[in-house]
Design a protein around this ligand. Structure first.
Ligand code: UD1
Length: 418
């Protein structure tokens, strides 16, 4: 497993263009199975989650071609509706293939994704919604068997605005008989992107980005070429990295409203932020002030996927910060690693109390999940001395060429292949 060697203490200067959003590309790839025609996604990041979704599509019988930054999927000959357990376990998001497979074949089988490194992550909302659309579901020996004659539209109310459940319903409902209404839908920008992509394939979806999404079922979808939205979490990670290290950075590809609350918090820290169209410029000078409180919430709240990076930032700010993680039960597993670098953090249930220290020091730390791993990398960039960040497989799931991008900004980071 690869590791990073990072010599901390360099300020970050320059500009960085962020990649397409992982959390958009994955459901879009799932959606590609909805048509027999070719679908091309442009500017897709070479991250392992995308590779894994590609493997799942191949397993279903689709032809998947990578050409530079583009990926094309042709599934005219796809006939398999079963995703093997090993792939479901590797990529939890494969669960939203259920909706797409049911739409295409009227059947779907996959392993129960189970708990993971950040929490229990049940899929009851997904399964209940699919049942309401006419799907029969049998759970046996850790597997989920779904069948339906024909999906039929329904009025659905989500108890919680789950991103994955909203996407699964969209994928199932686009070709259902009649109209589906989702009340209490997730409002993340990636849901809007999925709506736009499905409509480009001939679907009739509206309302994404609000609480209520309406889907009028259509007979069939067709191929399309599409450029997914850019990754607001990658953008946020770079901005936080610059806040930690000091310097001046321009991040392009993401509009301010996609990470509005992060920008507000960075200003609270004392960073200067300027935004124009899809460019965000940050200037970070001197010691920053801690945020008094950050609470993760569904969009447009503070993203849980930036919680760990925000904790890393606050660990060297002046004062103390209270962080509340509302989305996932066990999303502080990276904290003991951060403490090896000298951070002073106390975790109680969903809350972390961060007492800012002057400086972190280099240490040997291990990534345990994607965003926690990113937080360790950013903390090491700002720390005094050399750090080793081990087990990059987690980071590689969501950040493409991270070290190259950081090196261009002046960071001393290199990958050692193990
Ligand atoms: C997606 C993102 C992930 C992000 C998360 C929250 C992708 C590929 N992943 O994950 O990066 O951290 O949104 O913004 O887009 N829940 C249930 N029952 C369900 C479904 C969810 O109780 O059936 C709970 C979960 O346990 C969690 C909360 O709802 O506590 C949010 O989950 P959800 O919005 O579904 O996140 P994901 O789609 O898994």
């Amino acid at each position: 497993m690869d590791k990073f060697i990072i010599e901390g203490g360099e300020r970050l200067y320059g500009s960085v263009a962020v990649q397409s959003a992982k959390n958009s590309v994955l459901p879009l790839l799932a959606a590609s199975i909805l048509t027999e025609e070719r679908v091309t996604l442009k500017n897709v990041p070479r991250i392992t989650d995308v590779a894994c979704m590609g493997q799942i599509l191949c397993e279903l019988g689709a032809e998947v071609r990578f050409a530079g930054e583009d990926i094309s999927i042709e599934s005219a000959h796809a006939s398999n509706h079963r995703i093997s357990s090993s792939l479901t376990k590797e990529l939890r998001s494969s669960v939203f293939m259920l909706g797409a497979l049911l739409s295409r074949f009227g059947r779907a089988v996959c392993a129960y994704p189970g708990g993971c490194d950040i929490g229990l992550r049940p899929i009851d909302l997904h399964l209940n919604a699919l049942k309401r659309l006419g799907v029969e579901i049998v759970e046996r020996d850790g597997m989920i068997f779904c069948t339906c004659e024909k999906l039929r539209g329904a009025e659905l109310v989500l108890d919680f605005p789950s991103v994955g459940a909203t996407e699964n319903i969209l994928l199932a409902a686009v070709t259902a008989n009649g109209k589906t209404v989702i009340e209490g839908a997730a409002k993340e920008p990636e849901i809007v992107d999925l709506q736009n992509f499905l409509n480009a394939m001939g679907a009739d979806v509206r309302g994404a980005g609000t609480d209520v999404i309406e889907i009028a079922g259509v007979k069939a979808l067709h191929g399309t070429e599409y450029t997914p939205i850019r990754d607001r979490i990658e953008a946020g990670s770079f901005l936080i990295g610059c806040a930690i290290c000091g310097g001046e950075l321009e991040v392009s590809g993401v509009r301010a409203e996609m990470i509005g609350l992060l920008l507000h918090k960075l200003r609270e820290n004392g960073c200067k932020i300027h935004t124009k169209n899809d460019k965000i410029r940050i200037v970070s000078e001197g010691r920053l002030k801690a945020n008094r409180r950050i609470e993760t919430l569904p969009f447009p709240g503070f993203p849980t996927d930036l919680q760990a990076q925000a904790v890393a930032l606050n660990s060297t700010c002046e004062g103390g910060a209270l962080i509340v993680e509302n989305l996932f039960e066990t999303r502080y597993k990276y904290v003991p690693e951060l403490m090896k670098m000298g951070a002073d953090i106390e975790v109680k249930g969903r809350t972390a109390f961060v007492r800012g220290v002057k400086r972190l020091h280099g240490a040997r730390v291990t990534c345990g999940d994607l965003r926690g791993g990113a937080a360790l990398v950013l903390a090491a960039l700002g720390a005094e001395g050399t750090s080793e960040v081990l087990d990059l497989s987690h980071v590689d799931r969501g950040y493409a060429r991270l070290e190259e991008k950081l090196q261009k900004l002046g960071a001393k980071i290199r990958r050692v292949r193990m």
